[in-house]
Structure formats: structure tokens, C-alpha cells
Design a binder for this molecule. Structure first.
Ligand code: FAD
Ligand code: NAD
Length: 482
């Protein structure tokens, strides 16, 4: 479920209602604070009690679960098992029991309208009601369609929905209060996270892009007029440049702020496209967002992640796109697309050995990936970066990399220069079979390994070939491409 600040969506003709009267709180037992609840929801415990299954609930079934030790309630068509939450509820058990075994939407709205219950109770989700108890009342015209990707004149691949995928097509409903527009999307898939949903609000239109099982579903809501806009192609929103800082002599960090009404969190390993009009022609180039440093913790994606994008970009004096980009002043805007990319976090979930072969700005996808695996992948033994550059001056975030290697025993970095000075004592040369056989070694026989490659096209091609010759399987090699 998505809650969009209603500031951006004034309900036509509505007046702000006086705040609802306060409610009484009951003292909670020790160990029953909101923080304790958050911890419990992240513990992996089956709080819904259905072993990860989502079911359809009839009114009769809902009514059966009306006791403290077996209590379900329905809010906006979604049914939650709130028994595990009882002791953590600041309003007390009795207040919750008023909605036991029935539709508690009205009760909830009287007291908690602003509470983000869908996030707080998401691990308690049992399923949805077979009959929707909430009616959509606001005048609306909506369209849902599979989005086609169109880029630089290339036709998108045609996707054929088979009968099984048809069953999984999400459905939705939406409603609006003075403060909030809420869109409920029913996906029949657990584990939806904020990276899978992109929300934009522009010119009175709400646009929600939901990415599920390799399909992108577009939800387009206009408050008062029919939607006529062409919805094919990549979607762009204007982002403001808020800072530009030097990384090396030719590479800079560009920090872009997304519009206030946009939610876009670029997943690990994915890129966005920047668009500029250069000499009267629309030019589009891909860039991979990085985190602000190599140390940021990935366990809790921060608010900053969905409001800002940080791009590490090399400026080519003879290039077409980057000199124009470099001319942008703080406060100027640039068009930024939705994210794309074939990398999946599941590729690293139970990983033991990770090797990253990066050349020049091919380092950019490695930044978030490193942060992610070092923080989240418990099985990880080795994360080794082989970083290919021309000279020492070209090495991006060298001191951060060296510091990280000192801090984290699992991480190792090796710089390899193709045009070193005579003083350089480290490795030299370009990517080669002998270099890879020396530096890419499994921590143990049959260790679960992934090797990620990114750099100039020839570097990536050669890297993949050498790795396959050394016996690594296709599944063990990932190359980042547009
Ligand atoms: P271009 O005009 O493409 O020129 C680049 C260089 O090549 C210049 O030195 C130019 O003189 C030379 N050149 C151009 N044409 C020729 C030719 N025909 N023969 C010989 N030399 C030529 N880059 C980043 O800096 N950061 C990123 O995060 C990033 N992410 C990317 C993600 C993906 C998925 C991909 C595919 C690329 C990414 N890139 C990234 C590269 C980026 O998309 C651009 O290619 C890069 O910024 C160069 O753009 P440009 O138009 O300024 O230069
Ligand atoms: P660069 O020209 O400074 O070269 C860096 C190193 O790459 C060199 O020292 C060398 O070791 C290696 N290299 C360069 N050309 C090679 C070749 N022909 N054969 C073998 N090795 C070679 O690098 P740069 O200017 O920073 O370019 C980075 C490249 O990475 C760009 O082409 C960019 O498009 C690409 N990139 C791709 C992605 C992605 O996700 N696909 C992301 C970022 C950058």
C-alpha cells in the first residue's frame, strides 16, 4: 500500500477537519515498545501464522477469529492477524478488540488515520477479503497497463502474458483523505518492498509503476479528467542538481534531488537514464547511482535514498553528453528515468565469494553492491575488487577503498594500472587470463561464487571470455550492461 502526502493532492472543495480528539494510552509492559515490535517483525517469525501464505478471507472466516489469542481484523480490505501485536498496541488490547473478527476500517480512521499501519503490520498480513468493504468514491479515471520500454528508437521486446501470469496481474483501489492519497495494490506476492514501486505526481496525475516478476505495471490516476497521455516509453521526471563535487581530476559526484512527490529508489545493480536536449536532439545516456560513501549501512534504506540520487560521472572533454552535464549549475534541472537492469539481489543472497572486476567508471555498480553484500550477506567470506585504471590519479575513491579493506577483513582491493608511472609498485597491465587465474580464486572448492564485470565494452567481453576459459560457469558471471 502506498501513502502519498496529500499536500500534493488537495481534495477538491474539502476543508481541513479539526484534528480528532486524543485517545488514551495504556502503559505497555517492558519489552513492548514500538522498537521492540519493529525488532520482532524483522526477526523472521511467522506473525501471520500462515507460513508465508496469503489467503482470501470471507466475512464468515473473519468472524471466527475474534478472540484475544486468535484475533484477525480487516482494514481497507486487508486482513491482519493482530494477536502478536496486542501487547505492543499503545491504545491497549481492549481498543483493538473492538474490531476483532470484523472490518475495523471506520474505527481505525476515527483514531489512527495517519498511522502507517500497513508497514507496521505487514508481517501480520493474512490476505485480503473476498468482498471489498471499501467503496471508491472519488471521481477518477484510471488505466493499468503493462509498460513498454522504448529507448533511442529501439523497439521493446514483446512480452506475451501466458494464462498463469494473467492470474497474477495485480489489482488496486485508491482513496483520498484531506492529507493522504492511499493506493492499495493487491499483488498475491509477499515481500513487496519500496524498491519495487515508483511513484510520481505531476500536473495533477498520480503515476505508480509496480515492478513484479520482470513485468512493469503502470497505474495512472487522474483526479478529474480522462487520461490521454501516451504512456509508452521510459518515464522521466525533472530532478534538481543540488551539489557537484570532485572525485578525481575528471570525475565528479552529482547529487540530484527528486521532486517532492516522487518516490524512486534505485535497486542495487540498476541504472537510470539521463536525458538532455543537445543541439536540438534528445540524447539519453545510462548512469548507475552510487551511495554517498562506501561505508553507508544498507540494513535500513534511509529517507535520503528515495529522495536523492548520487551519480559518479566521468567528464569526457570530447564527449557528447558529459560536457553538457558538467555545465549544469546548482539549482538546474535534468530529466531522470525510472531504473532498469538485470541484476537481482537473489544472485548474492547465499554467496560465499564475490569478485568484482571494474575498469574506470565501471566501478559505479560495485559501490552499492559492496555496501549491500558486506552488510546483508552473512555467508560472505571474500569480497575482492580488482580495479583497473590507467594511472593512480584515475583511481576512484582510493582512500575509501583502502580504509574499507582495513576495516573489514572480508574485503580486499587490488589496483591494476595500464599506464603506470615508474614509481608504481603495484600490479600493472590490462585484463588477461594469467592475471585472472592469479587473482580470482575460490575460498574453497565449490564455494558459491559470483564474478561481476563492468567497464569498457572490450574489457567486459574479454573478462567474460577469460573467466569462462578458467572454468567459471555462465551463472557465476554477471556483466552490467544497458
Ligand atoms: P561519448 O560521446 O560517448 O564519448 C566518450 C569518449 O569516447 C570520448 O573520449 C570520445 O572522444 C570517445 N569517442 C566517442 N566516439 C568515438 C569513436 N567513434 N571513436 C573513438 N572514440 C570515440 N559513466 C559514468 O561516468 N558513470 C556511470 O555511473 C555510468 N554508468 C553507466 C551505466 C551503464 C549501464 C552504461 C552502459 C554506461 C554507463 N556509463 C557511466 C557511461 C555513460 O553512459 C556514457 O557512455 C559516458 O558518460 C560517456 O558519455 P559522453 O556522451 O560524454 O561521451
Ligand atoms: P578508461 O578508459 O579510463 O579505462 C580504464 C581501464 O579499463 C584501463 O586502464 C584498462 O585496464 C581498461 N580498458 C580500457 N579499454 C580497454 C580495452 N579496449 N580492452 C581492455 N581493457 C580496457 O575507462 P573509463 O573512461 O572510465 O570508461 C569506463 C567504461 O565503463 C565506459 O565505457 C562506460 O560506458 C563503462 N561503464 C559501464 C557501466 C555499466 O553498467 N555497464 C557502468 C559504468 C561505466
Amino acid at each position: 500500500m502506498l501513502n502519498v502526502p496529500a499536500q500534493a493532492f488537495p481534495a477538491p472543495g474539502s476543508q481541513q477537519r479539526a484534528a480528532l480528539g486524543g485517545r488514551s494510552k495504556v502503559p505497555l509492559k517492558p519489552g513492548r515498545s514500538l522498537m521492540d515490535w519493529t525488532r520482532l517483525t524483522k526477526s523472521g517469525k511467522d506473525l501471520a501464522g500462515l507460513k508465508g501464505q496469503l489467503i482470501k478471507v470471507t466475512e464468515e472466516e473473519l468472524a471466527k477469529h475474534s478472540k484475544k489469542d486468535d484475533c484477525w481484523i480487516c482494514i481497507r480490505g486487508l486482513v491482519y492477524n493482530i494477536t502478536p501485536y496486542m501487547e505492543y498496541h499503545p491504545g491497549g488490547e481492549d481498543e483493538l478488540m473492538r474490531a476483532a473478527g470484523r472490518d475495523g476500517t471506520d474505527l481505525f480512521d476515527q483514531v489512527h488515520r495517519w498511522v502507517n499501519y500497513e508497514s507496521m503490520l505487514k508481517e501480520c498480513l493474512v490476505g485480503r477479503m473476498t468482498l471489498k468493504p471499501v467503496a471508491v468514491t472519488t471521481e477518477a479515471c484510471c488505466a493499468i497497463s503493462e509498460e513498454k520500454r522504448l529507448l533511442n528508437g529501439m523497439l521493446p521486446k514483446i512480452k506475451v502474458l501466458d494464462s498463469s501470469s494473467k492470474d497474477l496481474t495485480p489489482s488496486y483501489e485508491w482513496f483520498q483523505t484531506d492529507y493522504l492519497v492511499t493506493v492499495v495494490i493487491y499483488t498475491k506476492q509477499k515481500g513487496i518492498n519500496s524498491e519495487m514501486v515508483i511513484v510520481d505526481h505531476q500536473d495533477g496525475k498520480l503515476r505508480v509503476d509496480i515492478i513484479l516478476r520482470n513485468y512493469s505495471y503502470l497505474l495512472h490516476i487522474e483526479l478529474s479528467y480522462a487520461v490521454q497521455e501516451d504512456i509508452a516509453g521510459l518515464y522521466y521526471r525533472k530532478c534538481k542538481l543540488i551539489s557537484k563535487t570532485e572525485v578525481t581530476h575528471d570525475t565528479k559526484l552529482f547529487c540530484l534531488m527528486l521532486p517532492q512527490s516522487t518516490h524512486l529508489q534505485v535497486p542495487v545493480g540498476q541504472h537510470i537514464f539521463l536525458k538532455q536536449i543537445i543541439a536540438g536532439t534528445e540524447i539519453v545516456k545510462p548512469y548507475t547511482p552510487v551511495s554517498c560513501s562506501l561505508k553507508s549501512d544498507f540494513k535500513e534504506p534511509s529517507h535520503h535514498d528515495s529522495t536523492h540520487l548520487i551519480l559518479m560521472i566521468k567528464i569526457y572533454p570530447n564527449g557528447l553528453f558529459t560536457p553538457e552535464l558538467d555545465h549544469l549549475q546548482i539549482g538546474d534541472c535534468i530529466s531522470v528515468s525510472n531504473s532498469e537492469g538485470s541484476f537481482k539481489k537473489s544472485q548474492v543472497q547465499t554467496l560465499e565469494d564475490l569478485f568484482l572486476l571494474a575498469a574506470g567508471t565501471g566501478f559505479t555498480p560495485m559501490v552499492k553492491l559492496l555496501n549491500y553484500v558486506l552488510t546483508n550477506v552473512c555467508s560472505l567470506r571474500i569480497a575482492k575488487l580488482l580495479f583497473f585504471n590507467k594511472t593512480e590519479d584515475d583511481i576512484l575513491w582510493r582512500s575509501q577503498l583502502e580504509e574499507l579493506a582495513l576495516q573489514d577483513k572480508r574485503f580486499e582491493v587490488q589496483f591494476i594500472l595500464s599506464e603506470p608511472t615508474k614509481e608504481w609498485m603495484g600490479k600493472q597491465g590490462k585484463i588477461s587470463s594469467s592475471l585472472l587465474s592469479e587473482l580470482v580464486k575460490r575460498s574453497k572448492k565449490d564455494s558459491k561464487t559470483l564474478i561481476c564485470v563492468c567497464g569498457p565494452a572490450l574489457f567486459t567481453e574479454q573478462g567474460i571470455r577469460f573467466l569462462q576459459d578458467l572454468g567459471y560457469s555462465k551463472e557465476e558471471i554477471h556483466s552490467f550492461t544497458a
